[in-house]
Ligand binder design. Structure first.
Ligand code: F6P
Length: 341
């Protein structure tokens, strides 16, 4: 058995921990592993190298991915799928383990129609893949966001300002919700629920009446005010999966809140800081478990499926279910957070 391993889409911490686990478990099963560089691009352009015990030594705690990543979509490239199939054959690769979010795993699912055997590992800081409680990278991102909120709190209260923290989260507000609860945010704005500016202003005014002369707001990049059709974008360009680069909601909000409340308002866009650095203990262990599980799935012939973890138990879920939609924020959880505004 020869496994091809690739990492695609936006990176996050703990991907290397998953790579290490796949390689270690595969070698334990006496399988060969070949690393495919730069996500699906490596399969289109034939960029591969063997992965050994040595290649994965010392990477458990490091962020990023030793294989590199890209947002390449073979289905959007002339002869892209044919080239993928040729390269798989040329390297005698029997099965692929694919680490990524919905786009990367979506390609794997479509390739099943062409006879390619794939197993997925959920990896996205957005934590929006259905069928798994957690995706690799989310916990570390939340830790980074919570740390930022703690730091913003002190300067907000010293200056009597509104501090807005813009975090990632294209269609699901998990990072905003969990970091906002842990960091004591006074408003959490998420893509799932268009917000009413007047309500945000009212909460700030309520705090003023209580003698609290500052507010902390955490907003997902994909959030928008009620009545606005489009998300705020930082650029017109779209990637190979049709996604625009999001950005701007925090700045817009700062302008509006400053004008309406008189408080100076400042925005911190956490950006890609959320995706880097050393992974948390939780992410390292999750990545390790999912990596081992993915090789078990290859061994058992559980293809066209994604490894997952629900209620702390490892399992697998058909791609047709894992890619059927987006795991949005639990509304009961969100409403609980509002108790603390
Ligand atoms: O898909 C995960 C994600 O982190 C999104 O939350 C964000 O919109 C996007 O990646 C940003 O990606 P890029 O690295 O292309 O700027």
């Amino acid at each position: 058995m020869k496994i091809g391993l690739l990492t695609g889409g936006g990176d996050s911490s703990a991907i290397n921990a998953a790579i290490r686990a796949v390689v270690r478990k595969a070698l334990d099963e006496h399988y060969e592993v070949v690393g495919i560089m730069q996500g699906w691009r490596g399969l289109v352009e034939n960029m591969m190298e063997p992965l050994t015990m040595r290649s994965v030594s010392g990477i458990l705690h490091s962020g990023g991915t030793i294989l590199g990543t890209s947002r390449t979509n073979p289905f959007k490239i002339d002869n892209g799928v044919d080239r993928v199939l040729e390269n798989l054959k040329a390297h005698s690769i029997d099965a692929l383990v694919v680490i990524g979010g919905d786009d990367t795993n979506g390609v794997a699912h479509r390739l099943a129609e062409f006879g390619v055997k794939c197993v997925g590992i959920p990896q996205t800081i957005d934590n929006d893949l259905p069928g798994t409680d957690y995706s690799i990278g989310f916990d570390t991102a939340v830790e980074v966001a919570c740390d930022a909120l703690d730091k913003l709190h002190t300067t907000a209260s010293s200056h009597h300002r509104i501090m807005i923290l813009q975090v990632m989260g294209r269609d699901a507000g998990w990072i905003a919700l969990i970091s906002g609860i842990a960091g004591g945010a006074d408003n959490i704005l998420i893509p799932e629920i268009p917000f009413l500016l007047e309500e945000v202003v009212e909460r700030i005014e309520m705090r003023r009446r209580l003698g609290k002369e500052f507010s902390i707001i955490v907003v997902s990049e994909g959030a928008k005010p009620l009545g606005r059709q489009e998300q705020f974008t930082a650029s017109e360009r779209r990637d190979a999966f049709g996604h625009a680069r999001l950005g701007g909601v925090g700045n817009w909000l700062a302008g509006e809140l400053e004008a309406r409340t008189g408080y100076e308002s400042r925005i911190t866009d956490l950006g890609h800081v959320q995706r880097g650095g050393s992974p948390t203990v939780f992410d390292r262990v999750l990545a390790t478990r999912l990596g081992v599980q993915a090789v078990e799935m290859v061994k058992n012939g559980a293809f066209d499926q994604m490894a997952c973890m629900c209620r702390n138990e490892l399992n697998s879920i058909p791609y047709s279910e894992a890619l059927a939609g987006i795991k949005t924020v639990d509304m009961q959880f969100y409403e609980m957070a509002m108790l603390f505004y």
